[in-house]
Design a protein around this ligand. Structure first.
Ligand code: ADP
Length: 321
């Protein structure tokens, strides 16, 4: 193979190959002097084409994954809000099928939960009649000490049933979420409780903290926490902090706190720390379970922490939506 000068701007290329019979196969051609050159227009055209291809690809990928993203968001919402609206059944055949299956699952789940809640409230409600009869019979017991103990136990059972019933009713009410200023809500709760003579104070709040929530439910959760702080820690100090990540409402007290080993267990329904069971604090052990379930149904967390200086801090953290 040999290169040689050719006509202007070109160079010759000759190739010769020996053949078996002793002869040669040769051919020659003219090639451009330099390698392939790219003109300005060519580069611009390639660049514009690449841009169009990237834009079309991004659009197509987005279009294909958008239904997946809304499915994921709906699944996440379902865990918190059983009353969430159904997914729109639009798009490709596959996305319509997925949305339809998801909506059907949501309806079935809601029916299942409603059914269980109804059963739970019916059982709790029906237990009250035999309990009343039992109390009437207990009041006829001759031995006074025995009678008082029986009546106290029955009253405790009645309180537990009452708490369970109100829990079931709240759960079934399905009140809608609406934008609410959590600072104002906390302020009104503290004012109402303080007006009844409870030792509750609110640290000066920074400003409004608006977020979607179910105000009566959130109020119940906060009242339970404040109630505990007053019951076990003598007084409650409430504070509201609004940060970029969301809103934190803390309830502090100067009481004995909760032994570290029991902190996770106090969220279990009807669980009470030994000291509270023996003390006459009047609770049934549902307050924290209810508060936790309400906060989590808002997508938030409820954490209990023993404060370094003594006392307990109950912290409700509600993320931004
Ligand atoms: P209840 O107050 O009706 O017993 P809760 O579910 O509200 O039920 O609380 C469970 C247990 O957690 C209480 O019995 C108590 O032992 C403990 N507890 C809750 N809050 C506090 C607190 N602020 N300080 C100390 N112990 C607490």
């Amino acid at each position: 193979m040999r290169h040689g000068p050719g006509p202007p701007g070109l160079r010759n290329l000759r190739v010769a190959m020996p053949l078996r019979d002793g002869g040669w196969l040769t051919f020659a051609t003219a090639l451009p002097e330099s390698g392939a050159s790219f003109s300005r227009q060519f580069i611009i055209a390639m660049f514009v084409m690449a841009l169009i291809i990237v834009a079309v690809s991004v659009w197509a990928v987005r279009r294909m994954t958008r239904p997946l993203a809304s499915l994921a968001a709906a699944a996440e919402r379902l865990g918190r809000d059983g009353q969430a609206p159904p997914l729109p059944e639009t798009g490709t055949v596959e996305t319509v099928q997925a949305a339809r299956a998801f909506n059907a699952m949501q309806v079935r789940l809601r029916a299942l939960i409603d059914n269980r809640t109804r059963l739970f409230s019916a059982v709790s409600h029906d237990l009250r009649t035999p309990l009343t009869l039992l109390r009437l019979r207990a009041e006829n017991v001759e031995n006074r000490e025995e009678r008082d103990r029986m009546v106290a136990t029955i009253a405790e059972m009645d309180a537990m049933i009452g708490a369970a019933l109100s829990y079931a009713r709240d759960d079934a009410s399905g009140e809608p979420s609406r934008p609410t200023d959590l600072t104002a809500l906390t302020q009104s709760i503290v004012d109402d409780l303080a007006a009844t003579g409870m030792p509750v104070t609110l640290d000066p709040p920074a400003g409004p903290a608006v977020r979607d929530c179910r105000p009566p439910a959130l109020k119940r959760a906060l009242v339970n926490l404040i109630d505990n702080a007053v019951k076990y820690g003598k007084a409650a100090r409430v504070s509201v902090a609004s940060e970029a990540g969301g809103v934190t409402i803390a309830v502090d007290d100067d009481g004995p706190g909760i032994p570290e080993a029991e902190i996770a267990r106090v969220f279990e329904p009807f669980y009470r720390v030994e000291a509270s069971r023996s003390r006459d604090t009047g609770g049934v052990g549902l307050g924290l379970a209810i508060a936790k379930s309400i906060v989590e149904s808002h997508g938030g967390t409820l954490v209990l922490r023993n404060r370094s200086g003594g006392g307990l801090r109950a912290e409700v953290a509600l993320p931004k939506q």
